[in-house]
Write a protein that binds this ligand. Structure first.
Ligand SMILES: Cc1cc2nc3c(=O)[nH]c(=O)nc-3n(C[C@H](O)[C@H](O)[C@H](O)COP(=O)(O)OP(=O)(O)OC[C@H]3O[C@@H](n4cnc5c(N)ncnc54)[C@H](O)[C@@H]3O)c2cc1C
Length: 326
């Protein structure tokens, strides 16, 4: 005799259910997890969040409070120290084996871009990277050619393994109350990689990918010392500081500040580009910002084509003036 669910499945096809891999530091979730859950809500069906770490109780509790989450699976194991793809993949596969999700999602960050291709390869499906919209349960939109073309793709794979561009999805609200359960147990220790250590830059400034305002500098700054002008302005605006690749390559600032095709993708309320020409590879990382302000001494600089407010001026004069007037 058919169960009601089996009969329903027969007529509706396999029921949608999404596994979202939480990105966190054991204590708190990375905000991209909230954006990824919104993408999962657009797909529809149940949403399970997997929180894997070492002492990740606070992060799993935070995940359980997110709107739209049906269930949180928590896995604590020394093997997950450093959140390596090699240790997390067997856990994700074990969860997939048990619950038969139709979709597996993570943010399109260094973490998601490291873990999900491995999961997709093990499931023998094509990873779908960096989606910016969900058209239906099998049709997704993603930028290609550094954002110069937009591709709509339909996936026929039985499980869709997807990374989500966080800036294109609102953060889901914090008003849920999902149950927290143990994830499938197993031996997740990997011989392939060993986590040695991690050095994180400490900053009182907002994190680049979640900042509401960003002041970004390019080769026009001419030296690392001159970035102080931008830090002073950023302090007034409670903004993060970013940079072009030319500024990073010249050693003015560390490379975790790089914005663009090969750097971070940002979409703050306010983006102030200072001494940045506006190469397509830079625009690929910031052109979705709500208001773009450009300060450049060259009126022909391509950055002015995407700027809402443009100031043709010498930055060494304009930036201190602006900082002083705020
Ligand atoms: C595969 C690939 C990936 C890449 N990925 C990235 C990426 O992720 N991010 C990225 O940014 N780039 C990336 N690039 C590099 C990109 O093509 C550009 O070279 C780079 O963005 C240029 O940086 P910039 O605008 O700071 O420098 P420049 O192009 O040299 O521009 C400097 C600007 O400063 C202005 N200026 C100079 N002095 C002053 C002054 N006193 N006052 C006001 N304005 C002044 C100039 O008019 C000029 O417009 C990539 C390139 C490749 C090939």
């Amino acid at each position: 005799m058919f169960s009601r669910i089996a009969v329903r499945n027969q007529f509706l096809g396999r029921l949608k259910s999404t596994l979202v891999i939480a990105e966190h530091n054991n204590e708190a979730l990375n905000p991209v997890t909230q954006n990824t859950i919104t993408a999962a809500k657009k797909i529809g069906g149940d949403i399970t969040v997997l929180v894997a770490g070492t002492k990740c109780g606070p992060a799993s509790e935070a995940a359980s409070k997110l709107q739209g989450v049906t269930k949180v699976l928590v896995a604590e194991n020394e093997a997950f120290k450093g959140f390596t793809a090699e240790s997390l993949t067997p856990l994700i596969l074990a969860a997939q084996n048990q619950f038969k999700f139709t979709h597996i999602l993570a943010g399109c960050t260094a973490f998601g871009k490291s873990v999900l291709p491995r999961v997709a390869a093990k499931l023998d499906v094509s990873p779908i990277s960096d989606i910016i919209d969900v058209k239906s349960e099998d049709t997704f939109v993603r930028p290609v050619y550094a954002g110069n073309a937009i591709l709509t793709l339909k996936s026929k794979d039985p499980v869709k393994v997807i990374t989500v561009r966080g800036t294109n999805f609102e953060a889901t609200k914090v008003d849920g109350g999902a149950a927290v359960e143990q994830a499938p147990a197993g031996d997740f220790k990997s011989d392939l990689t060993v986590f040695v250590s991690q050095e994180l830059t400490k900053s009182d400034r907002p994190e680049l990918t979640s900042a509401k305002a960003i002041v970004s500098g390019g080769r026009g700054l001419k030296s690392g010392d001159n970035f102080k002008l931008l830090y002073d302005l950023a302090d007034k605006l409670n903004a993060a500081v970013g940079a072009s690749r030319a500024a990073v390559d010249a050693g003015y600032v560390p490379n975790d500040l790089q914005i663009g095709q090969t750097g971070k993708i940002v979409a703050p309320e306010l983006y102030i580009a200072v001494g940045i020409s506006g190469a397509i590879q830079h625009l690929a990382g910031m052109k979705d910002s709500k208001t773009i302000v450009a300060i450049n001494k060259d009126p022909e600089a391509p950055i002015f084509q995407v700027a809402d407010i443009g100031l043709v001026a010498d930055l060494f004069k304009a930036v201190p003036e602006l900082t002083q007037k705020i």
